[in-house]
Design a binder for this molecule. Structure first.
Ligand code: SAM
Length: 465
């Protein structure tokens, strides 16, 4: 039994003798028993073990204060276990558990300084399931040739795993271990396929815990509610959401073409940016509206539920043209975060506006922030490739005065990056000028060079896109 006070302590006086053999045999004991290897159900009792000959020193509190910093590097560490505990039987006395794998050195350190022979003990230590880290438990359970899943995302109370095929026979035990071990988790899910649907959510299987996928999460100071099984949400995009909102200024306007449940839209409105936010998924739209209410930004955020192309062609255009007529201040930002497909929407800007509208709109050109995936080898220049890709889709070389920024958002898989390209919608981009379109439709099959297969995540090791 382990706690802050020792309930049972079997102290054996021993001579301070350690040799290499002792250290290695102890090391192999400091992991959970392997008798459970290959089981696909969790036998909690199997993790109850007693470690013998655990080195420790028993110190009165004044010595503890004196030596604690010297002893600290040698502490024996387990989950939910205190390396220093007060002795229940003797007031003012403390036991400091030491790691037998490091004891050779501690002998050297302390021998000269304290009455080592009197203070040094070896004790028995009982451990149970609570004392092992999730990877230690899973290392003991999974067959040796199966890698322990260590990366996962947490979305509210949900742990989201992306298990490999060979891990699937153990999916329930893996789910249970994460449910038991990660604080505040109530549900563990596994992604059952790659994201290849329109709404970018993924089918999921609940492995352990409550059958509840309704979550509340906080990101960049805003609260979001949504059903994780029905909408897109990626906790790894928080930094990007922050960066883009930070880039925009109070008084600007955001047109969020693929808004999801609002992680760009809601904080922007909070900042005093007027927002027109759209998503095709009715479920995302429902939560976008709700999240605008919850975060008290309904006066600045208008939500739409339509195809992004239609939204750009009709609503965004109308709003920008009206703003020019009213001589409104501030910049306009068109944000297109649908990395696998957003570039296919760039052709909307051809014939988007009449000549007269182009002249007015380009007095203060709107900024487009388009996201894409770039697949290339590590030595390649992802920035140059992203620029090339957007130019190819626009059918226009982006001159330096139009190109505002190219940003590496995050790594998706080995040799695959999510990139953001920000550029000004200048006159020549909006005008259909055949000479400028020479890049267009040339080598359309080259897309595979940028995207990989279907522009989708094929590797199983990373999370949703
Ligand atoms: C990658 S998610 C991005 C969501 C959000 N902007 C974010 O950063 O988390 C893309 C979103 O685009 C939506 N979507 C997909 N196709 C669309 C389309 N043709 N028109 C509008 N929205 C679309 C999906 O429902 C999804 O919510």
């Amino acid at each position: 039994m382990i706690g802050s006070r020792i309930v049972q302590l079997n102290i054996h006086l021993s001579k301070v003798q350690f040799n290499f053999y002792h250290q290695t045999s102890m090391a192999s004991l400091l992991v959970p028993p392997t008798s459970i290897r290959g089981k696909n159900s969790l036998d909690y009792e199997a993790f109850n073990i007693t470690l013998k000959n655990i080195p420790c020193v028993v110190l009165a509190d004044q010595y503890l204060r004196q030596f604690i910093n010297k002893l600290r590097p040698f502490f024996l560490k387990f989950r939910s276990f205190k390396s220093v505990q007060s002795l229940e039987t003797i007031d003012g006395q403390y036991i400091v558990y030491l790691d037998p794998r490091k004891i050779k050195n501690v002998t050297d350190v302390l021998k000269k300084e304290i009455l080592w022979n009197k203070l040094y003990k070896e004790v028995e230590l009982k451990l149970s399931y609570i004392n092992w880290q999730p990877h230690e438990v899973l290392n003991a359970i999974l067959p040796e040739d199966i890698e322990v899943p260590t990366s996962f995302s947490q979305v509210g109370h949900i742990i989201h795993l992306n298990l490999r095929n060979e891990q699937l026979p153990y999916k329930n035990v893996i789910g249970q271990v994460y449910l038991d071990k990660i604080p505040n988790v109530k549900t563990v899910v596994n992604k059952v396929n790659i994201i290849d649907n329109v709404y970018r959510n993924f089918a999921m299987e609940i492995l352990a815990g409550e059958q509840n996928t309704m979550v509340s999460v906080k990101e960049n100071g805003c609260i979001y509610h949504f059903d994780f099984s029905k909408v897109y949400w990626n906790p790894r995009l928080g930094t990007e959401h922050f960066a883009l909102v930070n880039f925009m200024k109070k008084g600007d306007v955001l047109y969020d073409i693929f808004a999801g449940v609002g992680p760009f839209a809601v904080p922007s409105a909070r900042k005093g940016i007027r927002v027109l936010a759209n998503d095709l998924n009715p479920e995302s739209y429902k939560w976008l509206v709700k999240n605008a209410q919850v975060n008290k930004v309904t006066d600045l955020l208008m939500a739409f539920n339509k195809d992004g192309r239609e939204f750009l062609k009709v609503d965004v255009k109308k709003d920008i043209v009206e703003r020019r007529e009213k001589n409104d201040n501030g910049s306009e930002h068109i944000v297109m975060n649908l990395p696998a497909l957003a570039v296919e929407f760039l052709d909307v800007f051809e014939n988007w506006l009449s000549s007269e509208e182009i002249d007015k709109v380009c007095l203060n050109p709107p900024v487009v922030h388009v996201y894409c995936f770039i697949k290339a080898s590590k030595s390649d220049d992802f920035y140059a490739l992203a620029k090339l890709y957007i130019e190819k889709k626009l059918g226009y070389n982006l001159p330096s005065e139009s190109l505002l920024n190219i940003h590496q958002v995050r790594n998706i898989a080995s040799n695959k990056e999510m990139m953001r390209v920000s550029f000004l919608l200048t006159k020549n981009m909006l005008k259909e000028e055949p000479a400028m379109k020479k890049l267009k439709h040339v080598n359309d099959n080259d897309d595979d060079n940028f995207l990989g297969n279907n522009g989708e995540e094929q590797e199983q090791d990373k999370e949703c896109i």
